[in-house]
Design a protein around this ligand. Structure first.
Ligand SMILES: [Zn+2]
Length: 323
């Protein structure tokens, strides 16, 4: 299916939507951009961000995000499109002639979106295509330029109740279709697992996990981390690992060590401490990397080197950084 913005330059692609101004606790967020942290001693890749979202009191373009990231030692980014509008936007960005060369992407029908497609209408009651049609479009666009991963897919029993039978079935069948797609296209799979560890594990085992399976924004405890690592899967840590109350998450990281660990922002969400609630972008990864290093007992440079090597193993990209 041809993309609606096929020949739009990347620099002219406006973000698809705004992040809300009200935080989950009902407070108005501080929308100012946090200051840039000290740059990393060795470059890493942001394994998962959403460049289709606008946030902040001043608007940053895709190129601004890329430039700020590069200055902080994040020399590549993977942007994820997780509803159909974002899926098309991501495909257009990556196909644009002036797309920054450090960007790659992935697309999928997010589990919460899968539930909406199965129902046939979005949150505002507007009609949307069925789940099969949505997955078919994802499958088509994954074959386009710059796509390196199928994701994010999985199960979300937090925002969509598992007690809603239609929603549950939709999430499960969507997850299984994406697992099959990752294998068909020989691409890694990025998993969204929210309050669903046991069911995610069960489905991966029943269907057979893709060779490169990545838990985006890993949220399990030490025991679940061990089970994932033992199966050869990868754990990608977001700003949540810096949160004061994230003791279990840091225990999970300490349990598995650096061997199968990646880093991500999930920007514009999950801004690391001390800037929680403010806009997030790849340039803030040094704050998360500092916690990853501290928790695993590595120096910051050792942690960056390990995380980068793992990202390269998973995606076969980017080229090794200059020594
Ligand atoms: Zn995400």
């Amino acid at each position: 299916m041809p993309s609606p913005h096929e020949n739009t330059p990347a620099s002219a692609l406006p973000p698809v939507r705004d992040r809300e101004d009200i935080d989950p606790r009902g407070k108005t967020r501080d929308r100012s951009w946090p200051p840039a942290p000290e740059p990393l001693p060795y470059p890493v890749i942001d394994n998962h961000c959403h460049l289709d979202f606008a946030d902040g009191d001043t608007q940053l373009s895709v190129q601004d995000h890329v430039d700020r990231a590069a200055a902080a030692g994040i020399d590549a980014q993977i942007t994820i499109g997780s509803d159909l509008e974002a899926v098309r936007w991501t495909a257009s960005l990556l196909a644009a002639p002036d797309c920054p060369s450090s960007l790659r992407g992935g697309v999928a029908v997010h589990p919460n979106e899968a539930a909406l497609h199965a129902r046939g209408h979005d949150h505002d009651g507007r009609g949307i295509v069925g789940l099969d049609a949505a997955i078919a479009e994802v499958s088509e666009l994954l074959r386009g330029p710059g796509m390196v991963v199928v994701g994010e897919t999985g199960l979300d029993w937090f925002r969509t109740s598992r007690k809603d039978e239609q929603a549950r079935e939709a999430q499960i069948s969507s997850f299984r279709a994406h697992i099959a797609l990752a294998k068909e296209l020989d691409l890694p799979l990025q998993i969204h697992d929210r309050d669903a560890h046991r069911d995610v594990l069960e489905i991966l085992e029943a269907d057979g996990a893709p060779e490169r399976t990545v838990f985006h924004c890993f949220s399990g405890d030490a025991e679940f981390a061990r089970r994932c690592a033992d199966r050869g899967w990868y754990l990608s840590f977001a700003g949540t690992v810096t949160f004061k109350n994230a003791t279990d998450l840091r225990a999970a990281l300490a349990e598995v060590g650096l061997g199968q660990v990646m880093v991500e922002t999930d920007a514009p969400f999950l801004t690391p401490v001390p800037y929680r609630g403010r806009p997030n972008s790849s340039y803030l990864i040094p704050l998360t990397m500092a916690t990853i290093a501290e928790t695993t007992g590595a120096s910051l440079e050792e942690a960056c080197r390990a995380v980068r090597a793992t990202t390269q193993d998973v995606y076969g990209w980017p080229e090794a950084a200059a020594a």
